[in-house]
Design a protein around this ligand. Structure first.
Ligand SMILES: Nc1ncnc2c1ncn2[C@@H]1O[C@H](COP(=O)(O)OP(=O)(O)OP(=O)(O)O)[C@@H](O)[C@H]1O
Length: 635
């Protein structure tokens, strides 16, 4: 721990000499300045700022969905339309009034409209998300275009919603007896809602569920292996973005006081995406920056371009397209990180541990705890497991057991079928035939997260970490299933005690694996060998009874391998069962209790390291191939 805290102190002290202000102070100062100036700004500026607030609310949802979660949606404008139309209809329609008995206080109608919009959007977004988000690659954005268009045309073709003309006479919002009829009055609500939403989403990202959301982008395999239900998280993220869009639509309807389908068409959906793309992956404040840039630019271009070109038309869209090319070329991470780098001279980044220390101590919370099974108990059992890819038999009738308190190594030349077997005993893939049991339970057709819930922790052959996040955050993701607090608690910051316990557990595992000095370093800046050790720490944070390690020694230096050997021996002594796939024969022979050797998908030998090294088939498999010197080294 000492190393960690000293590095934090150094990290926070270094820029402090130049820095004038922390990000939080800067945000508060900007918000205070806006609040103070609000009453004195010209009407036009207030109107533009209100529009920026409305756009930023939708763009913030898109930053979460696209920037953080890795899912692109072109159809967000349609959800804005749903929020707008729901309130416009309920506030103006005689049918709606009749449904409500005609006795509702008119001041309450917009709130009924908000409720209707949210309920309707929730239901539709959940249904659309459940179907669409199963699609991968370019199919997902294509599908969002399809339903974005459908909803837009639906709004414009419903007679009871006024067709293409829309609905006029939407009343202003009334709050505590005050009518918010002007942009200056409603703008305050718009910005208050925006700031509240940014705060809630910032909190969400800084939580156990936030780490799970961030893990969605890098592929679902890793997240599922940590116990995250990725399909559910994707749908929830989609619904969250849709609800923010609907709230923006609700405010829009009461700002404009009329609605028609035009502002909810696909080109606005694309503009909203531009706003989110300019922000830099996952930077929430970038949504405000993107919304401000695009709104102001659009305003200017709509004035300047027609007079320059001598004819009217939506020329600004062409300029947006070209600008987007330029921004994506020059600022691949978006504009926000570039701005943040420039602002870094004056803005002091907060060090994670320093901020933790500044927080009031939360009451201690116990994370879920699992007792290790008795030594010798069978933890993982594969019985006659085969895997066929078309005509290729990658695994052929492989049987193997892993017991508590032993290290079992799986070796074999390249292409022997080790990774295929690993995938089947970790829930990534299902066997074509045969059975895998974990903790006595049949695991056929169970996803990886069920394996994780039953006590299986794993690392990956190709390291899968959240490169931009700290080592501590990466490791805390491994303890996902040991905590319970959900999205709402995180957004409202009711999860702090649990979060503190998770981070403490992460730091404990990092120390244990010898990376204490790097706990607050972004994972991507460690060496590949160290990143492999981070993966082991992450697996350990889940308190597994079975540990699957895929080439843990690859990329490690000699002393690091020795340290890893010591750690694995210690874990074995504690009673863990460890299955390791490894090409480094010296490492394997010195560490493993039992070894299974694969060749062409078939087990050719099983036994102690000495038995395996003396086995003529193994010698032939290795000495006949390119790996001969490996076995030679070990002997
Ligand atoms: N998804 C797949 N589709 C088709 N063939 C596959 C698939 N996955 C693996 N294979 C094939 O199965 C065989 C075993 O591959 P596998 O990756 O399991 O070997 P390995 O022992 O892990 O190799 P290495 O040590 O190089 O990682 C190889 O011939 C490989 O090409």
């Amino acid at each position: 721990m000492n190393n960690t805290s000293s590095s934090n102190t150094a990290a926070s002290a270094a820029p402090a000499g130049r820095a004038l202000i922390t990000p939080r102070q800067l945000t508060l100062a900007l918000v205070a300045a806006l609040a103070l100036a609000w009453g004195f700004l010209p009407e036009f500026t207030v109107s533009v700022l209100s529009n920026i607030g409305l756009y930023a609310l939708v763009a913030a949802g898109l930053v979460m969905l696209t920037g953080v979660g890795g899912m692109t949606s072109f159809g967000q404008a349609a959800f804005v339309g749903m929020g707008a139309y729901a309130t416009a209809w309920i506030c103006t329609s005689p049918t709606a009034a009749a449904w409500m008995g005609g006795a509702v206080n008119p001041a309450l109608l917009p709130w009924a409209g908000l409720l209707l919009g949210l309920v309707f959007t929730f239901a539709l977004a959940w249904a659309l998300g459940a179907v669409t988000l199963k699609l991968q690659g370019h199919y997902l954005p294509l599908c969002t275009i399809a339903w974005g268009l459908s909803l837009y045309y639906l709004l414009g073709n419903m007679d009871f919603l006024g067709g293409q003309t829309g609905i006029t006479g939407v009343p202003p919002l009334v709050v505590a007896g005050y009518s918010l009829a002007t942009p200056r009055a409603l703008g305050v609500v718009i910005w208050a809602v925006l700031l509240l939403a940014l705060w809630a989403m910032h909190n969400l990202l800084d939580s156990r569920e936030g780490r799970a959301i961030r893990a969605l982008k890098g592929g679902r395999l890793m997240a599922e292996s940590m116990g995250v239900d990725t399909a559910r998280h994707r749908v929830k993220l989609f619904v969250l973005a849709a609800l923010l869009a609907a709230v923006s639509g609700w405010l829009y309807a009461h700002l404009q006081r009329f609605v028609n389908p035009t502002p909810f068409n696909l080109s606005i959906g694309i503009e909203l995406l531009f706003m989110a793309v300019g922000r830099g992956a996952g930077h929430l404040w970038g949504a405000v920056l993107g919304a401000a840039l695009i709104t102001l630019l659009k305003e200017k271009l709509q004035d300047v371009l027609p007079s320059l070109l001598g004819s009217s038309g939506n020329f600004e869209v062409i300029v947006f397209g070209l600008l987007m090319l330029f921004v994506l070329q020059r600022f691949a991470d978006g504009l926000w990180p570039t701005l943040a780098r420039i602002a870094g001279r004056w803005v002091r980044p907060h060090a994670a541990a320093a901020t933790d220390a500044a927080r009031p101590a939360a009451p201690p919370v116990q994370l879920a705890h699992r007792d290790l099974p008795a030594r010798g108990e069978v933890l993982l059992q594969a019985t006659k497991v085969s895997k066929r890819f078309g005509g290729l038999v990658a695994n052929n009738d492989i049987s193997m057991t892993l017991k508590a308190g032993e290290i079992h190594a799986l070796i074999g030349p390249n292409g022997a079928g080790k990774s295929t077997f690993f995938n089947m005993v970790s829930g990534v893939d299902d066997p074509s035939s045969g059975e895998v049991r974990l903790a006595g339970q049949p695991m056929t057709a169970k996803p990886s997260r069920v394996f994780a819930a039953l006590g299986l922790g794993r690392t990956f052959q190709h390291v899968r970490l959240l490169g931009a996040r700290s080592v501590a955050e990466n490791v805390a993701l491994g303890a996902h299933l040991r905590a319970r607090r959900g999205w709402l608690a995180a957004m409202l910051r009711l999860d702090r005690a649990e979060e503190a316990a998770l981070m403490a557990e992460a730091r404990r595992q990092i120390e244990r694996c010898g990376l204490g000095a790097h706990a607050d370093t972004p994972a991507a800046s460690l060496s590949l060998g160290q990143q492999r050790v981070v993966e082991i720490a992450r697996a350990l944070a889940g308190q597994p009874s079975v540990l699957l390690l895929d080439e843990p020694a690859a990329g490690l230096r000699h002393l690091e391998k020795r340290a890893l050997s010591v750690l694995l021996s210690q874990l074995r002594a504690e009673g863990l069962g460890i299955l390791v796939v490894e090409h480094d024969m010296e490492f394997v022979m010195n560490l493993a209790d039992r070894i299974t050797v694969l060749e062409f998908g078939t087990v050719i030998a099983t036994g102690t390291p000495a038995e395996v090294q003396a086995n003529p088939r193994v010698l032939e498999a290795y000495l006949g191939g390119a790996d001969d010197e490996l076995l030679g080294d070990a002997r």
